[in-house]
Design a protein around this ligand. Structure first.
Ligand SMILES: Nc1ncnc2c1ncn2[C@@H]1O[C@H](COP(=O)(O)OP(=O)(O)OP(=O)(O)O)[C@@H](O)[C@H]1O
Ligand SMILES: [Mg+2]
Length: 322
């Protein structure tokens, strides 16, 4: 659906995207998370060619966005709706007129515009506000208008740049639910750029972590949280706590594993001392994900690995650097 391959981009001397490769599949909600200045917005804007890039390729629905003529570029942008942190609504126009704008630009007949705009305002839950001006709306309502406007041309992709960053947590939740509903009902692929972990946790099926213009990790969101590798820990400002001697192992618990007394069972059966070094539980959608760092004596790694494999446990060996 969106294939980004080895993209590099400079602003003057400053390289802001380095060898970025991401495949985003049809119908998924894909998250891109990273600190300020990581290059998230730049990458998103390369997808709809609001920005150019220097090398590499981006293919959207089979179209290579790097070499489109003006008409093809217009068609590309029709197919890629976009919403922003600060909504970008026209203050002088009513809610209805704001949403109608793209269709007016493309010269659609008035009755078709009316039908489509009202249908979309109904979908986003603010049909009753259609004659209001944006200043009379709350932030969440303004973002609903922006979402409706982004959907007017029936795009197959919705690009969201910090769409919930200006909203309080409760309103953020309601906008995330709306985006999820749109994804399910209309089958639209959604790309969410954000620095909010909650956004990723709540609705993104897969996630890329960006830092310094590079993709550091990419995968299923649940796996990223479960593995809690260095890129995520860096983003969260966490460090792995490990002991200097013996071997440190990180055990990964998913819901079905959390209640089993694996550690005590293993210590008893293998007749070894096991120290518990660090533990963390994380709520992830309906599940509780946990990780536990244990320390085992030198020479016991092989039988511990065997034991963990037999009971179906996921684990990784860890050091300070992982
Ligand atoms: N038009 C521009 N001209 C020059 N440099 C730019 C321009 N736009 C962005 N940059 C630089 O590119 C880098 C990436 O910026 P970008 O806006 O993509 O980051 P971001 O991850 O979206 O950050 P934020 O979370 O703050 O929105 C930054 O170092 C920024 O200063
Ligand atoms: Mg940005």
């Amino acid at each position: 659906m969106i294939e980004i391959k080895n993209v590099n981009k400079y602003f003057g001397e400053n390289q802001v995207l380095t060898d970025v490769s991401v495949d985003i599949e049809q119908g998924e909600i894909f998250g891109i998370i990273g600190h300020s200045g990581a290059g998230k917005s730049t990458l998103l804007r390369c997808i709809n060619r609001l920005e150019t890039f220097d090398t590499g390729s981006i293919v959207v629905d089979g179209n290579n966005v790097g070499n489109l003529n003006e008409k093809e570029l217009r068609d590309l942008r029709k197919n890629l709706g976009m919403i922003f942190q600060h909504f970008s609504l026209l203050e002088r126009k009513t809610v209805f007129e704001n949403v109608a704008l793209p269709m007016e630009c493309f010269g659609f007949p008035k009755d078709e515009i009316k039908r489509r705009v009202e249908e979309l305002l109904d979908l986003v839950g603010i049909l009753d506000k259609k004659d209001d001006k944006p200043r009379n709306l709350s932030g969440g309502q303004k973002q609903r208008v922006a979402i409706a406007r982004a959907l007017t041309m029936s795009p197959s992709v919705l690009l969201c740049d910090e769409a919930t960053s200006a909203l309080d947590p409760k309103t953020t939740n309601s906008i995330l639910s709306l985006l999820q509903e749109i994804n399910e009902k209309l089958g639209i692929t959604i790309v969410m750029v954000t620095h909010q972990m909650e956004v990723i946790k709540q609705i993104c099926t897969r996630t890329a972590i960006m830092d310094g213009g590079k993709i550091l990790e990419i995968g299923n969101t649940e796996d990223i949280f479960l593995n809690n590798n260095k890129p995520l820990r860096k983003l969260l400002g966490e460090e792995n706590i490990v002991l200097p001697s013996g071997t440190n192992l990180k055990l990964l618990f998913t819901n079905d594993m959390s209640n089993k007394s694996i550690i005590t069972g293993m210590a008893r059966e293998l007749d070894i001392d096991v120290s518990i070094v660090f533990g963390k539980l994380e709520k992830f959608r309906e599940d509780i994900l946990g990780s536990l760092i244990i320390n085992i004596p030198d020479g016991s790694l092989e039988k511990v690995e065997q034991y963990l494999t037999n009971v179906g446990m996921r684990w990784q060996e860890v050091d300070n650097e992982l």
